[in-house]
Design a protein around this ligand. Sequence first.
Ligand code: TGC
Ligand code: FAD
Length: 388
Amino acid sequence: MEKFNGVDFYKLDALLSEEEIMVRDLVRSWVEERVLPIIEGHCRAGTFPLELVAEIGEMGLLGANLEGYGCAGMSNVAYGLICQELERGDSGIRSFVSVQGSLAMFPIWKFGTEEQKEKYLPGMAAGKLLGCFGLTEPDYGSNPGGLITRAVDDGDSYVLNGAKMWITNGSIADVAVVWAKLDGVIRGFVVEKDDPGFTAPVMHGKHSLKASITSELVFQDCRIPKDRLLPKVGGLKGPFSCLNNARFGISWGAIGAAMSCFHSATEYSKSRIQFDKPIAGYQLVQNKLAWMLREITKGQLLALQCGRMKDDGTIIPEHISLAKMNNVDVALQIARMARDIHGANGILDEYPVMRHMANLESVYTYEGTHDIHNLILGRWVTGIPAFT
Ligand code: TGC
Ligand code: FAD
């Protein structure tokens, strides 16, 4: 198969800075050398490649768009490109980086005290301390405002009771950023893995994101010191501010998965002979490949403009919703089309397409389902919330 050299039909490289191209190319080569040779094995075994975490930290990919505390301080576009390249490898690797940087480090960086930042962020940036983000509960997924995990003020500590579900990195995390109600208001708490009353059992049986750890977080009279409350935010805007960053990264990451499927389908179609000629020579196959290129190019433009708006401070959450829902939606359709072009071979793990397809089913659902983003946009268009 011809080497992957990116997809840049509209010459978007001309819109990137030298630093952004450099980090993109660095991560692309690293994925080629370090992720692709091992990812199918991890997927089959249902394990996350923990052996890669130190290298991810050394490259500055954890909290890459945060300033200070050992973080790389890159642009949001550079962060997006990192997500794109990692997800070309596997959504599980991008998920790991999204959760660590956007969902665990960001709330500490944005809403934490100076002491909390000094204590956690340098280790997290280096990949020595792993983090997770606990918002979703068994009965509160799309509607986190109803969450029932509670914190009670008990002298010099808080006591947490409740359960979170579907938490990426949960059982490998040293630090969990947990959203719970204190006196009826949603607040962020930092729970450490050895805190009494805290457990994080692994969830089994996934057909998607198999190379990623997903866990429950259980709090049974879990006692944490008072200085673990993130003091600078209250209410849903706390977790939602983190989701803005992570959803932004996903809008780039999905395009990476789509590029992988497009590349594999293009190469396969040129070498697969049926009825005495390569299947790439048939109009129906070309129609699919042209559609993939069209949607990847449009998705790249959405993601890039979101990145520039995020960098200059003009982005609104609805811009991110549109990019997340569109790019994941087209990536999933591209993965399904690519699987079709590979025929029966498309179901084998010799090719990346079925793995991406299965992963993208989770990506379509997490960080706000496709339809929740539809409703967020519908509210922006009409001014009328239609969630209830
Ligand atoms: P709503 O009334 O809309 O808002 C409540 C308060 O939050 C503020 N807010 C935001 N702030 C910052 N950024 C945003 N995007 C915000 N959206 C809302 C809002 O201004 C308000 O503030 P205030 O001060 O007035 O109180 O709240 P609602 O309950 O009606 O929410 C509606 C809805 C459906 C949009 C929301 O609940 C939603 O987005 N649901 C989806 C839940 C979700 O995305 N969960 C993700 C869990 S984490 C995850 O999936 C990680 S996967 C990781 C991986 O492996 O990569
Ligand atoms: P539900 O909310 O029950 O939705 C089910 C269906 O109903 C969807 O189609 C949805 O669009 C639809 N629906 C819901 N409400 C409405 C409505 N008002 N109008 C119309 N349709 C509606 N969460 C975390 O907190 N941290 C994590 O690290 C994390 N990682 C995850 C990793 C994986 C692999 C997965 C699969 C999920 C993860 N999640 C995480 C949870 C994820 O955010 C939720 O799954 C997601 O928010 C949807 O919630 P739900 O699964 O309960 O679906």
